[in-house]
Design a protein around this ligand. Sequence first.
Ligand SMILES: Cc1ncc(COP(=O)(O)O)c(C=O)c1O
Length: 406
Amino acid sequence: MRHRLATWLVEGPESATDRALANPAALGHGADLIGFGGGQPAVETYPLDALERAYAQAIRDSGARTLPYGPTQGLPALRELIAERLAGRGIHAAPDNIVILTGSVQGLHIVGRITLDRGDTIVTEAPTFMGALAAWEQQQPRYLSIPVDEHGMRVELLQEALTRPDQPHPGFVYLLPTFQNPSGVSLSRERRVELLDVAREHNLLIIEDDPYGEFWFEGEREPIPPLRSLPGSEDHVVYVGTFSKILAPGIRLAYAVVDPQLVAPILRSKRGIDFHTDTLLQQAVVHLARDVGFDLDAHVRKGRQLYRARRDAMLDALETTFNSDTRWTRPDGGFFMWLELPKGMSGDAVASAALDQGVAVFPGSLFFANGDGGANGLRLSYSNTTPERIREGVERLKRGVAAASA
Ligand SMILES: Cc1ncc(COP(=O)(O)O)c(C=O)c1O
């Protein structure tokens, strides 16, 4: 039989995520491949023993309570735990305003389902996280892309765009204010305040996607507070957080903090997707975080040290390997840096030549919602590679650049 597929699949633009995943090597699989491609946390940080204890406890002690169909919003004990952890970062949210998700991309998808009509406009950063674009494909949105500089999204350009008479009112603004994927930069404190002013003036909904915010590299205190922690953000900002980077991505557990008005539509939409997130997993994560033999905060602090050492190794290796015609960002946290090759060089060609040399990187062209940027860019991820392998990977990248220029 010939299956009839929906118009958005047949006629919509090519999926950037599909392009990225088309070559499994790009995610770091393969014998001697060095993976600067995907945004994987370091495998050695997975808390395997603590997870084993937590799952056993969830089955043994709470199985009868946990395993029937559960609440769509998520287990109250997990929502309380998340509310406590967020309060430590200045985000004050009642457990009733938190929705548990099966991965943060599900949250992005659901906000799209409840706010967008076909052809509506979404504001994104340029560059942006390509995985998010997959969440909204069905609505065939238009994108208003706002460039990012070393202080994050250029909010003044958003303000300017919104005052143009022909600019449709956006369904929402999607951004990664902290240690952005793919550039590694953060939105400055001043611009966060300006963005909230613009949101108030233009009645905008903002999605703050924050998978990397807890991995800052300097000092005890978080350097720039999350957008959702700032005064006046409550009605404008949907905050999306995840356990993927602090525990492990395979467990698929994330959450959104939302305005009370949005809870019912979000739950209605989620019921039509998976009814609720895996309750055994939710219960296990509650046990894990309350386990006296495992300190989640210390675990995150160790992650900060590990990723800082890897960022430093990559910066050192880039400095000794490339000359001044190649530039890169210096992230203060997170997993990524953005490398700009000399003008006229193709990031796609270099990514492909680098793969032949045994190092996977993502070409910058994947990260632009309108497919109109990043031609000479590369995203490099240092999170899941040891410092020694990072040095080797940068050497291989240099050989890839030479091969692509030949
Ligand atoms: C910006 C951003 N948002 C969301 C995700 C996905 O998170 P999750 O595993 O919770 O779906 C990632 C993963 O790489 C990401 O970089």
